[in-house]
Design a protein around this ligand. Structure first.
Ligand code: DAH
Length: 351
């Protein structure tokens, strides 16, 4: 039966072509079954071998075996190819795309401004001092010559934390020394002046960056929490000229050479004389203003020196305090203080 042997080669070619064109491993398994499975086309051919005349069997059997081995080899080869293909990424890789990188965090704009201010003061010999945010009335007010009945306390109303549960008015109306010890969130960094002077003899040359609290409702220029930086310089023969020169130096470093500074008489209970510092530059002009109030300052009040045990006949000094947000707002042209506290990365990323 020459028919059987003649069928082998064409069947082999068809099978090889089908194996080659399989698209994935599942298709390959299917094709394998269709040819070499129990009911496969090639298996059927092998089964026909038994029907051949005896003398034709050896040659036909040999050819069938060789063909089967060739098919199995082709199957294995295609399987390797398809396995490799399956392991590759589905999407073609675009090597021109920017790489994936871990997003690097940044310092908050207020931290950046604070660090710049600190750097400027370090150049002229100041060191950073620190104090607690939970203060007592003594360090925050009384020792700064602001007794309980002083109207300046109203403008710096804050959050009181009274361990005994006494209300604020009770502790105030008492008007005695124990009331001076009730706890509060500090309204200014000036409290650290007292802590530092009480802990060391003069001279003193410190700056104090830190968080302060007031009972203000949040709006574009107010936030119940904000940052200040305090400066205190105590030595012999210190003058307002030193204060002005220092402030001018630091502001020029921070905000550029075209900065102008103006001192305006003011009142603070812990300085005499006292001033407010106004500041002007191109940016302030752009806001349609000539001057922007930026800080309070003055010559340390003799009573404050008495309170900390410094002899006011020997020692002189100046102090100042300003809001860090204000400076950051001028520097970056930000019009709402609340942006600093919302932690919106779209805002923070810009600095
Ligand atoms: N403590 C004042 C405030 O929070 C700012 C200030 C004014 C600080 C005068 C000073 C100073 O050291 O001398 O508004």
């Amino acid at each position: 039966m020459a028919g059987l042997i003649d069928q082998i080669e064409p069947l082999k070619q068809t099978a090889l072509a089908e194996l080659k064109s399989t698209a994935d491993l599942a298709a390959l398994e299917q094709t394998k079954g269709a040819w070499l499975g129990a009911n496969g086309k090639f298996t059927a051919l092998m089964k026909q071998l038994g029907t051949l005349p005896k003398e034709e069997k050896p040659a036909a059997g040999k050819l069938i075996n060789i063909t089967k081995i060739a098919l199995e080899a082709a199957l294995a080869e295609r399987r390797t190819e398809l396995e490799l293909k399956a392991a590759l990424p589905k999407e073609p890789t675009d090597f021109t795309l920017p790489g994936r990188r871990r997003a690097l965090g940044k310092l908050h704009p207020l931290t950046q401004v604070t660090e710049d201010i600190v750097r400027s003061f370090r150049k002229i010999g100041f060191v950073v001092a620190d104090g607690p945010e939970i203060e007592d009335e003594y360090h925050c007010f009384d020792a700064l010559n602001t007794p309980a009945d002083h109207p300046a306390r109203d403008t710096q109303d804050t959050f009181y934390l009274n361990a005994l549960g006494a209300s604020r008015s009770e502790s105030h109306s008492a008007g005695e020394t124990p009331a001076a010890r009730s706890l509060l969130l500090r309204t200014h960094t000036s409290s650290v002046q007292i802590r530092v002077m009480k802990s060391q003899p003069p001279p003193v040359r410190i700056i104090v960056p830190g968080r302060v609290y007031r009972r203000d409702n949040a709006d574009a220029t107010h936030n119940p929490t904000f940052q200040q930086i305090e400066g205190l310089y105590v030595d012999k023969g210190v003058t307002v000229g030193d204060l002005k020169g220092t402030v001018e130096f630091v502001f020029k470093e921070l905000l550029g050479r075209d900065v102008k500074i103006r001192f305006r008489p003011h009142y603070f209970s812990y300085t005499e004389p006292s001033f407010e510092i106004d500041f002007s530059n191109a940016l302030v002009k752009k806001l349609g203003k000539d001057w922007l109030e930026i800080a309070g300052c003055g010559m340390v009040h003799p009573q404050v020196f008495e309170n900390v045990g410094y002899d006011p006949e020997v020692w002189t000094g100046w102090a100042f305090g300003f809001g860090i947000e204000r400076i950051a707002m001028i520097r970056y042209g930000i019009n709402d203080i609340r942006l600093f506290y919302e932690n919106d990365v779209r805002f923070l990323r810009q600095f």
